[in-house]
Design a protein around this ligand. Structure first.
Ligand SMILES: CC(C)(COP(=O)(O)OP(=O)(O)OC[C@H]1O[C@@H](n2cnc3c(N)ncnc32)[C@H](O)[C@@H]1OP(=O)(O)O)[C@@H](O)C(=O)NCCC(=O)NCCS
Length: 169
C-alpha cells in the first residue's frame, strides 16, 4: 500500500535518484533541516511493504507573489504583493517514473494546499518548472505559465479547488 508521509530519519534518502541532481541533493542534504526549521515541508511517497525506500517526494513552501508578474487577467485582482503556496520540488525515483506516482503526489500537494488556504490566505499555487518537459507536465493540471517567465507557473485558487474536486476522487 502506498502512503505519503512527512520525511523523517526512517527514510533512506541516500538511495534516492531521480535524474535531476539538484532534486536528489535537496532530499539528501537539505529537506530534513528545512522540515525541522519550518522553512518547507517535504513529504515522501513510500510503499508500506518497504517503508524506508523513497519512491518519490514533494516539497511545499510559502512564497510571495508580485501581482504584475501574473497573467494580465489576474494583475488587477490582487494587491502588488500577495501570499501564495509553492510546489518547491517534485520528483519520482527513475525506476518508478511514468507509472502515475507523480500524479498521486501532485493531487496530494494540491489537496494539502487547498487545506492550507482554508486557514491562511493564499492566492494560489506556484511551481518553477526545470525545463519545457516539466512545464508541460504542470500545464496538464491547469497551471498557467507567467507571461515573462514561462517556466514559473500559477494555479489560481479557484482552479486548484476545482481540480481537487475532480482529481481527488
Ligand atoms: C516529472 C515527474 C515528477 C513526473 O512524475 P511521473 O510519476 O514520472 O509522471 P506520471 O506517471 O505522473 O505522468 C503522467 C503523465 O504526465 C506526462 N509526463 C510525465 N513526465 C513528463 C515529462 N517529463 N514531460 C512531459 N510530460 C510528462 C505524461 O503525459 C505522462 O503520461 P504517460 O506516461 O502516459 O505519457 C518525474 O518524471 C520526475 O521526477 N522527473 C525527474 C525530475 C523532474 O524533472 N522533476 C520536475 C522538476 S520541475
Amino acid at each position: 500500500m502506498l502512503q505519503i508521509l512527512l520525511l523523517s530519519r526512517q527514510h533512506n534518502r541516500e538511495a534516492f535518484y531521480c535524474g535531476e541532481q539538484e532534486l536528489d541533493d535537496y532530499l539528501k542534504k537539505t529537506a530534513r533541516q528545512h522540515n525541522e526549521k519550518g522553512i518547507a515541508r517535504t513529504f515522501v511517497l513510500v510503499d508500506m511493504e518497504e517503508p524506508a525506500r523513497i519512491l518519490g517526494f514533494f516539497t511545499l513552501a510559502g512564497c510571495e507573489v508580485v501581482a504584475t508578474d501574473l497573467p494580465q487577467k489576474y494583475t488587477k485582482k490582487y494587491p502588488n504583493k500577495a501570499p501564495a503556496a509553492r510546489l518547491a520540488r517534485l520528483a519520482v525515483s527513475v525506476d518508478h517514473q511514468r507509472k502515475g506516482l507523480g500524479g498521486i503526489m501532485m493531487v496530494e500537494a494540491m489537496r494539502r494546499t487547498l487545506s492550507v488556504s482554508g486557514n491562511i490566505g493564499i492566492i494560489g499555487f506556484f511551481v518553477d518548472a526545470k525545463n519545457q518537459g516539466a512545464r508541460e507536465y504542470y500545464e496538464q493540471y491547469g497551471f498557467i505559465p507567467l507571461p515573462d517567465n514561462p517556466l514559473t507557473l500559477f494555479l489560481p485558487l479557484a482552479v486548484l479547488a476545482a481540480a481537487v474536486e475532480v482529481l481527488g476522487k
